[in-house]
Design a protein around this ligand. Sequence first.
Ligand code: B3K
Ligand code: ZN
Length: 877
Amino acid sequence: MSAPQPVYRFDYQAPAYRVTHTELTFDLAPTATRVKARLHLERHPDREGGLPLELQGERLELKAIALDGQALDSGDYVIDDKGLTIARVPERFVLETEVEIAPSENTALEGLYQSNGIYCTQCEAQGFRRITFYPDRPDVMATFSTTIIGDQQSEPVLLCNGNPVDKGSLEDGRHFATWEDPHPKPCYLFALVAGDLKKVEDHFTTMGGREVTLQLWVEEENLDKTEHAMASLKRAMAWDEQTYGREYDLDLFMIVAVNDFNMGAMENKGLNIFNSAAVLTHPKTATDIAYQRVEGIVAHEYFHNWSGNRVTCRDWFQLSLKEGFTVFRDQCFSADITSAPVKRIQDAAFFRTAQFAEDAGPTAHPIRPDHYIEITNFYTLTIYEKGAEVVRMLHNLVGWEAFRRGSDLYFERFDGQAVTIEDFVDCMAEASGEDLSQFMRWYSQAGTPEIDAHGEYDYTHSEYHLTLRQRTPATPGQPEKQALHIPVRMGLVGTKSGRDLTMTLDGESLGKDGVIHLCEDERTFVFTDVAEAPVPSLLRSFSAPVKLHFPYSREDLAFLLAHDSDGFNRWDAGQRLALLALDDLIAAHRNGVEKVMDTRVIEAFRTLLTTSTDDKAVLAEMLMLPSEAYIAEQQPLVDVDAIHAAREFVRQSLAVALRDEFLAVYENNRSQVAYAPEPEQIAERSLKNVALSYLMAIEDEQGLAYCREQYEADHNMTDVRHALTLLVHSSDEALGASALKRFGEKWAHDPLVMDQWFTIQVTRPQADVIERVKYLMQHPAFSLRNPNRVRALVGAFASHNRVNFHRLDGEGYQLLSDVVIELNRLNPEIAAGLVTPLTRWQRFDETRQALMRAQLERIKAEPLSPNVYEVVAKALA
Ligand code: B3K
Ligand code: ZN
């Protein structure tokens, strides 16, 4: 097999022909669905005449083809494994094709497939070519009218984008529905759903007075799990009107939940299709985290109606245009309706762990890549989350009002068009008058910038000199880096007063909390009239996606932890303090020296636990230690065992020293009011559960009693799952065995709860877990065909059980590559995602490097999908 070839951004050309209107008819059958397409085509005005017509198409069996009503001869066209080419076509014409496809055999879950008997589609990015021959690219936008024919019994519900315009019965128990979508759209936004679904209905009146019907379609047994998603949708619709002036543009908005889905959800016009995990909630089955995730994803997909659908991407290299902007929008939405500092802490903690790792690994790429082999591999944390960070910086640079004017301009100017990242940034520049040319480098340069900072207080002149130097490490294909425009939000906290000092820079006041701009490789900022020696609080609220190094002493960090006015940096000071202590302990573990706990960390925690606060959510975050993955990110060479041992040592030392304080926190936050996913309740639960984790770290008798009680009380899934995890993860496996068994039996019928049951078991840090993973893969409820199950079992093991995945006998690596090889045949997208932990081999010791590389080589020797090939080839390059 020849290696798959990359596509290059600079090769972009407008399509030779565009589609003005698309008519589709689906006659559904599991192994022989017939798809008739009537495409109204015309030459693109920017392209010369006489070019061949090239349509993409994969795994399609052509049954008929006609041009302007004339059947074509087999000599008039060529079909290969990529599509259909017709050498000669007129300037305007109608092309009719009929193809046969087999939805029930589609295990890749791209195109038209069946999930639990329900027909559904996933077309982004290039799934539509598995449905019919078409110019499958986002810059071809057409209106669609679609007729779906199905079985009255097994597919009573027939859904598509837009508005329902006709329906009726046919012979042999069949029926049909016709839908029209008046908004021109690229085919990646096409969707079809057919099956036995039930709906929950609600309404929303838009600011312009349009009455919109909202429908959530689910399998009957899930009707009681839709309330939160519907409420989230209505909140998102109102928020987008108030915040961005964006109104919904059809009379109907539908969400459908399916069990088998490659990612979270999909923003198809008027018919969003969701992974059931991203939409269904019930207090007894979903945790607080799941509730928050549902809220965020429902909003994200809804927001795409403007940022993505009305204005879409010219080509897939521009993916971050819609994803970065939409993630930024959903982050702001969640921050507005919950707690802004906590949302920022959680997003930044995740970002600094996972995106930084991606940016430092072999698949590092710019937010706007220059080339790809398989676009599906580019739905990454860099495109999504770093893209959102860059939009956030833009927003902070120009200020909200100019940002909003720029956003209005962008939506007005480009409505109904497929555009580029420049088009977006240009609108922001135009609306604000700012020169954003250097800023654009964020889109082309991969890798995480690092800032080395140091500062000095000049007592005689009352000045503070702060020097910032930036560097971005080389990434694959980008050895040299240029200086970026990095906004650093900061304060100077007076060591005597404990308050933010007014900052004066170059004669201008920056206020007590301001932004300095690092645009050069290095710059010294001289703050004048600084009345007392300060500790700088830098990169407040994570104002740029960079690593910032400042030689803080532990006293400085304890001081910031107590006094920083920025909630995010107060949290970060605690994380930095813990990391310094962890560094010592990791070294001690490696050198076989006795571990000694830094009492400053204990005292800092004591203060946190005993000082009253009205922000319990932030407190809960502050009491959580950096994750093993984040600690690993900070180490030059990752020693998984030392990291685990050091972190456990800190947890236990804190628990021993502050046992009574943790107990008090637990007891003071045990409210038993009826469950609601409200911020105050969520904050109390997470605070209580953090405390319980510490108590269980030392298997405290009272803590254990509370843990059992919490599990048995069965009040809500957040508490039940937390308690069950602590019991199962305790060193005495017997503690959780019976609870685990009962939990599995009780929830055998609920796939989303069973996912949690699998995850709890495979994330157990004790040594025998690989055998457990293998055993669970034979469990009747496990299936490689269900992406959620694969992620819950294999994905969770490889990413969240670091000590076992990296076991020195290589069994963890072998297990993962076995699954990747098998899954490569069934679902290349999921298989390619699953390889990730193996691709990070450079970070480990030589023995592990060799073992990981050997598994990558083993995978590479297989006949591979382009998806897995691209990831593995990069990892071994
Ligand atoms: N746009 C989709 C992602 C599609 C991924 C295709 N492999 C979901 C989202 O970002 O909203
Ligand atoms: Zn998105």
